[in-house]
Write a protein that binds this ligand. Structure first.
Ligand SMILES: [Zn+2]
Length: 335
């Protein structure tokens, strides 16, 4: 085997005292999204503190946090040559896996190789009953967090446990995301992937949302015990998702090419989940105004230079119930 094990990529890891799931948390698959990196640091601090505070604290399995795109993170950009979250294409990955000289690969392909080699090594080492990949992101737009699960009922269940709106249909409109790749087709172990969008890139709240989401995710796959988890994580995510759909589906993606000279309109700054009407002028490009082809809610309007997607339009499929109840005991809990 010809694996490249770059330990610098490992932001941290914690091992429970019983066998259990392996959760891989990706931070900075997009280099300009540092909230996930900060969140995993905070999570590991909280776990260490919990061992001191609570003699009965224990958990199952292993949490490993990886820095997705190290080169882009170093440079403070979304990516160096190509979007890492559009580059997990099975054919390409075959080629990347077979390449022995890592320096001969493009920057993002090197990132993929190192990430995969580490993940393969962890799977061999832990022989986990299951693997969940939680991919942490933030958006340029303000307003609202959300979760995108891979297309299966278990990933949806994990997504719902994080309380933010769960969005469906994104995988059809995109190719080569981590959600596409970390699926049953490509691995022999039971594997699921969920992407969590924690808020705006620079917002101080984003990393806090991500900490709570990681905890909820690991609890939902029987890593953490519910008795050890403070209710505040449910509450924070619930509270930030108030008024947003419980589940929604993608109805439209506006793709852009650099030569389009795409720019969002400046008469209004759109936030995630802002309602939009059919025919509303959302943006401009070289051909003039771009009108919304549907009514619904706007998501991820492009307010940065790098990116292939101008904006997304979603429509609610399940409304959020107003009487969400929080369940949990008052014992000492992971805070
Ligand atoms: Zn991202």
């Amino acid at each position: 085997m010809n694996r490249v094990v770059n330990k610098n990529r490992i932001i941290g890891e914690r091992i429970g005292n019983k066998p259990g799931p392996l959760m891989i948390v990706f931070a900075q698959i997009h280099g300009n999204e540092p909230a996930g990196y900060k969140a995993v640091g905070e999570l590991f601090k909280a776990i260490d503190l919990e061992y001191l505070k609570n003699p009965n604290f224990e958990f199952c399995g292993r949490i490993v946090a990886l820095q997705g795109n190290m080169k882009a993170a170093q440079a403070g950009v979304r990516y160096i040559k190509k979007d890492l979250n559009r580059s997990w294409l099975p054919k390409e990955i075959d080629r990347i896996r077979k390449t022995k000289a890592i320096e001969s690969l493009d920057p993002e392909d090197q990132e993929i190789k190192e990430n995969l080699d580490l993940i393969d090594t962890y799977i061999d080492l832990c022989q986990p009953p299951r693997v969940v990949v939680l991919d942490l992101h933030t958006t340029t737009a303000h307003g609202g967090l959300f979760t995108i699960p891979s297309q299966n009922p278990e990933a949806r269940r994990i997504g719902l446990s994080m309380h933010a709106p769960v969005l469906h249909g994104f995988l059809d409109g995109l190719k080569g995301t981590t959600l596409h790749y970390f699926s049953q087709e490509n691995f022999e172990v039971d594997i699921n992937a969920v992407c969590f969008e924690a808020g705006q890139h620079q917002s101080e709240d984003s990393y806090k949302h991500a900490v709570s989401a990681i905890i909820q995710c690991f609890k939902s796959i029987d890593g953490f015990y519910a008795k050890d988890i403070e209710i505040k994580h449910d509450q924070l995510l619930e509270e930030r998702s108030k008024g947003l759909p419980l589940e929604a589906k993608l109805v439209y993606v506006h793709r852009v090419e650099p030569s389009d000279h795409f720019r969002m309109t400046d008469t209004k700054i759109y936030n995630n989940f802002d309602p939009i009407a059919e025919g509303e002028i959302l943006a401009y490009d070289k051909n003039g105004p771009i009108k919304s082809p549907y009514g619904g809610l706007i998501l991820m309007p492009l307010y940065q230079k790098q990116g292939d997607d101008g904006f997304f339009i979603i429509q609610e499929i399940t409304a959020r119930s107003k009487e969400e109840e929080y369940k949990g005991s008052m014992a000492s809990k992971l805070s």
